[in-house]
Design a protein around this ligand. Structure first.
Ligand SMILES: [Zn+2]
Length: 299
């Protein structure tokens, strides 16, 4: 299969590129699926997605055939369970790229990191975070929940005016069932969230999406491709969505800082004494990055 790319001189004309290397692999379907988990290659992940979905279609049929042939019943159960396990793994493991490419780090060996802050905007946290970032001349991306953006549109504007980036984090943030949504539900969550951001800031070139809790199923990537968005994961997190102890969160974050790290934080939480958590964490993180010679940049 010949792959086409846009001609940079004449963008309307497509020019063929070399054959994707993946097609030359022996046992290419299986090899590609395994390789796709580790390499964020679009051709590999597309193949992995198709293979896993076919496996889930074929497995129940194979189970019935096994039963008809008089095989032990648990052969059939194992067959179906194997297919479902692969589907669940690809869906529930945020860094797995079997359904499609996930950005897990910045492509750099320099001391640069990308700070990403989810679940805002928040009337108390967002202004405090913006002030800290400005004081440290650091940039960050805020992954915004659509219905919160509707409530606090000025905060979204303030983020952009500060030179930061915003990304789509769905409209309702259905953390417990986003990964289980059908194509229609996923399309509505992603495009409604993106639509509100584009309405608040018509000049915005929205590029990024993060799934609630990082979990998404096989419908997500075709919808994201259609919406022109790329899925962003993370390489380090302090579990500030569940942990309220600032020191534990910061220690975890510090341990994971490497060149190109994508740092995951959340706003809208309080610490054990009821104080705002995110500004405390970001303040310590920025001090640490400065002391280690790191720069917080946007991709
Ligand atoms: Zn979230």
């Amino acid at each position: 299969m010949t792959k086409y790319v846009r001609d940079p001189v004449q963008p309307r004309r497509a020019v063929p590129t070399a054959e994707p290397a993946v097609l030359k692999l022996p046992f290419w379907g299986l090899s590609a699926t395994i390789a796709a988990a580790f390499r964020n290659d679009a051709a590999l992940t597309l193949m992995a997605r198709r293979l896993i979905l076919w496996f889930n279609v074929i497995a129940p049929v194979a189970a019935i055939l096994l039963l008809q042939q008089g095989r032990p019943w648990w052969w059939a159960v194992l067959c179906v369970m194997a297919a479902h396990s692969v589907w669940l793994f690809a869906t529930l493991v945020p860094s797995c790229s079997w359904w499609g490419p996930v950005m897990l780090r910045l492509p750099t060996t320099e001391k640069k990191v990308w700070i990403t802050i989810d679940d805002g905007p928040h009337p108390q946290d967002t202004p405090a975070l913006l002030a800290l970032l400005a004081a440290h001349r650091a940039k960050a991306a805020f992954f915004i929940i659509g219905e919160r953006a509707e409530r606090y549109p000025q905060l979204v504007r303030d983020i952009l005016d500060g030179g930061h980036e915003v990304g789509d984090h769905t409209y309702h943030h259905p953390a417990h069932w986003f990964w289980f949504l059908g194509r229609g539900g996923m399309y509505r969550e992603i495009t409604k969230g993106a639509g509100i951001l584009r309405r608040i800031a018509p000049e915005l070139k929205l590029r990024w999406f993060r799934a609630p809790a990082g979990m998404r199923n096989h419908h997500a990537h075709p919808v994201l491709d259609e919406a022109g968005l790329r899925l962003v994961g993370w390489s380090v997190r302090g579990r500030d969505g569940v942990v309220q102890d600032k020191s534990r969160i910061v220690t975890r974050l510090k341990r994971g800082i490497r060149p190109g790290a994508i740092i995951l934080m959340h706003e809208g939480r309080a610490d054990l004494s009821g104080e705002r958590l995110a500004p405390q964490v970001l303040g310590e993180l920025l001090e640490f990055l400065k002391s280690e010679g790191y720069e917080a940049v946007l991709p």
